[in-house]
Write a protein that binds this ligand. Structure first.
Ligand SMILES: Nc1ncnc2c1ncn2[C@@H]1O[C@H](COP(=O)(O)OP(=O)(O)O)[C@@H](O)[C@H]1O
Ligand SMILES: [Mg+2]
Length: 290
């Protein structure tokens, strides 16, 4: 069997070209503070891929998505190996729109820092008196442009997103910017409400959209995973300070507490990390990862 080479190797995901489609593989690698750690977190890739699948299915009524199949039987023979089983998604190839669509339902992280400085998040005025981790009166859409490798993404206003899209799609900037915003808010609202009913707060997340061969907008990339979102347990949620999260919290905390580490986690921390990923999957879907 001929070995295939990914056309793109990210820190965590690998993307293979498959003619009309792509195959996106979420590996078990874990990155913290933008460094790939030496450990593999067994099943993490499967959790990420299956969680995206769950959300794509749940939101089909709002907007089409790029998912074709997560069954390796539908994929070329090379992918019918154990290391691709469960963590691979065959996707429609899209022309990705050059905006990262961020939506925030709660105030935290860089948004909280900016609010303390000037009462705004990405130029959007927020009510006075918010505490760290407070729920916002309405979710806010805060787009950014995707930075070149190594650079940080740049936050932009809605108006700047219109101008940015206009450069790539003359005459259509406003239409696409509005569609991105409206789809982002609609997807977030439906999924955040669902997640809350299962005991998980989705504090914020990022979506990426593209155009299909007919020019229709489709959601691509990964969807509402702990890598693209902040998930907090609803139990014990308390504004006024940061919240524990369902992702790499244990790994990050350990690395910070052990500054002379060589980017290798003790097995106990790896075990706790995967336990959190599995727990969030089971709470959301009511199913166990196979
Ligand atoms: N259906 C799709 N068609 C084409 N490109 C896609 C599709 N879904 C996601 N992408 C792109 O694939 C890439 C995924 O790479 P990723 O590992 O997340 O690295 P990064 O986000 O750093 O570019 C992103 O550039 C994303 O925009
Ligand atoms: Mg990405």
């Amino acid at each position: 069997m001929q070995e295939l080479k990914p056309i793109k190797e990210g820190k965590v995901r690998e993307i293979y070209d498959n003619g009309d489609s792509l195959i996106m593989v979420a590996t078990d690698r874990i990155s913290c503070f933008d460094v790939i750690l030496n450990n593999e977190v067994t099943k993490k890739g499967t959790v990420l891929t299956q969680m995206s699948k769950f959300w794509f299915d749940l939101t089909e009524d709002i907007l089409p998505n790029h998912m074709i199949s997560v069954d390796v039987k539908d994929m070329p023979e090379y992918f019918r190996q154990e290391k691709f089983d469960g963590n691979s998604m065959m996707c429609r190839k899209l022309e990705m729109l050059p905006i990262e669509c961020i939506v925030r339902g709660y105030i935290t992280g860089s948004g909280w820092a900016s609010y303390q400085e000037n009462g705004k998040v990405c130029g959007i005025e927020l009510p006075e008196g918010l505490r760290e981790s407070d729920k916002l009166p309405e979710p806010i859409y805060t787009p950014s442009t995707k930075a070149e490798i190594g650079d940080h993404d740049e936050n932009i206003s809605f108006e700047q997103s219109v101008e940015h899209l206009e450069k790539y799609y003359p005459g259509k900037g406003k239409m696409y910017a509005e569609q991105l915003r409206d789809n982002t808010i609609a997807l977030y609202k439906k999924c955040a409400e669902y997640a809350l009913s299962k005991g998980i707060i989705i504090a914020d997340t990022k979506f990426e959209f593209g155009l299909d061969e007919n020019g229709n907008m489709v959601i691509g990339d990964e969807m509402l995973t702990p890598d693209s979102s902040r998930f907090w347990p609803a139990e014990g949620y308390e504004p006024g300070h940061g919240q524990p999260s369902f992702d790499k919290q244990f790994a990050r905390d350990w690395l910070k507490a052990n500054p002379d580490n060589d980017w290798t986690l003790p097995q106990e921390i790896v075990d706790k990390t995967i336990e959190k990923y599995l727990q969030s999957y089971e709470m959301l879907t009511g199913e166990k990862i196979k």
